[in-house]
Design a protein around this ligand. Structure first.
Ligand code: NAD
Length: 314
């Protein structure tokens, strides 16, 4: 008998059915993958059930029949704790059957991603880190970009699942290299958004119209995603969050999180990145100012206000 493609796909335990994990799991289920879900928050479980996911009562029950255990958690501590089990609970590593692959799609510290993979390996399993970019819109549409850190054979095992949830899947190297790629990209993004915002604030002070600056820079060497897709002023790019009072998009809290992960990686490696560190400081301040839920391009309002404050103080 010829197998259909869905019969060849590994069965998945999906843990963490939040803003990202919920729609990712739903896309797997819609593609015919056998998905068993679990989340600690009852609302996330009900939303996932409505999307056709079989949600079970414990993480161990989810893991028990899985070929691949996917986690989509807020932090590395959540991942490691779930793998090993805390407060007397049986961890995922103790519950999963032989041959399971652990695939963590959360954005976490590189060192924690490597620790999670080592723990899985020590327990006799294979593992990969595969953080994403593309946000909730990409998770829902199945167009996420996956950056994967794994041994080649592990990458090949998880690739069919990632191709269902994503539009682009890049094998970045061994353990932790998916997180490394994600953190490097987002450090560029944070720094470039600050640079574009500073240039608009300076243009305003100089009397240069937003549209005129955009028309020049978008076709010149200052061109970048922060300008041409996520433009921090309303008008030139009608779809950018600046046109909707900085409704995200990509929330400032997540940018601060990713830049803090980059800062940890800078500390651990000794690499110099004064701009990356400054961007982290600015986004931590953005969050402290109550802007955590605004799109990260809203940093322009902080920069603009900071400018006004210093001119008043003169
Ligand atoms: P979220 O808070 O909406 O979802 C995380 C879910 O994990 C929550 O529902 C929480 O209850 C659940 N959870 C925590 N511990 C658990 C456990 N032990 N067992 C089961 N469930 C548990 O967060 P999110 O926005 O979905 O983000 C998830 C990850 O994806 C984060 O690491 C984030 O940095 C990354 N990410 C998010 C975005 C985005 O736009 N939201 C974009 C790219 C990457």
């Amino acid at each position: 008998m010829t197998e259909t493609p869905s019969q060849q796909l590994p069965a998945v335990a999906f843990l963490g059915l939040g803003h990202m994990g919920g729609p990712m799991a739903a896309n797997l289920a819609a593609a015919g993958v056998q998905v068993t879900g679990y989340d600690i928050v009852p609302e996330a479980c009900s939303a996932a059930r409505e999307q056709g996911i079989e949600v079970v009562e414990t993480p161990q029950e989810a893991a028990r029949s899985a070929d691949v255990v996917i986690t989509m958690f807020p932090s590395g501590k959540h991942v490691v704790d779930a793998y090993v089990g805390i407060d007397g609970a049986v961890g995922l590593l103790a519950a999963a059957p032989a041959g399971t692959t652990f695939l963590d799609c959360s954005t976490i510290n590189i060192s924690e991603a490597q620790e999670a993979t080592e723990l899985a390996r020590a327990a006799g399993f294979t593992a990969a880190d595969a953080p994403v970019s593309g946000g909730v819109v990409g998770a829902t549409a199945g167009t996420l970009a996956f950056m994967v850190g794994a041994e080649p054979e592990v990458f090949e095992r998880v690739r069919p699942l990632l191709e269902i949830m994503g539009g682009r899947v890049v094998h970045c190297g061994g353990s932790g290299m998916g997180q490394a790629a994600k953190i490097c990209n987002n450090m560029i993004l944070g720094v470039s958004m600050v640079a574009v915002s500073e240039a608009f604030v300076l243009a305003e002070r100089l009397g240069l119209e937003h549209q005129a600056m955009y028309d020049v820079v978008s076709n010149a060497s200052g061109q970048c995603w922060a300008l041409t897709t996520n433009c921090p002023v309303p008008g030139p790019v009608p779809t950018s969050p600046a046109n909707k009072d900085f409704e995200p998009g990509f929330a400032g809290a997540l940018m601060a999180k990713d830049l803090n992960l980059a800062t940890t990686a800078l500390d651990e490696t000794g690499a110099a990145a004064p701009m990356g560190r400054l961007a982290a400081e600015l986004y931590n301040q953005f969050v402290a100012d109550g802007q955590a839920g605004k799109d990260f391009s809203g940093i322009i309002t902080t920069l603009r206000d900071g400018g006004r404050k210093s001119s008043r103080e003169e």
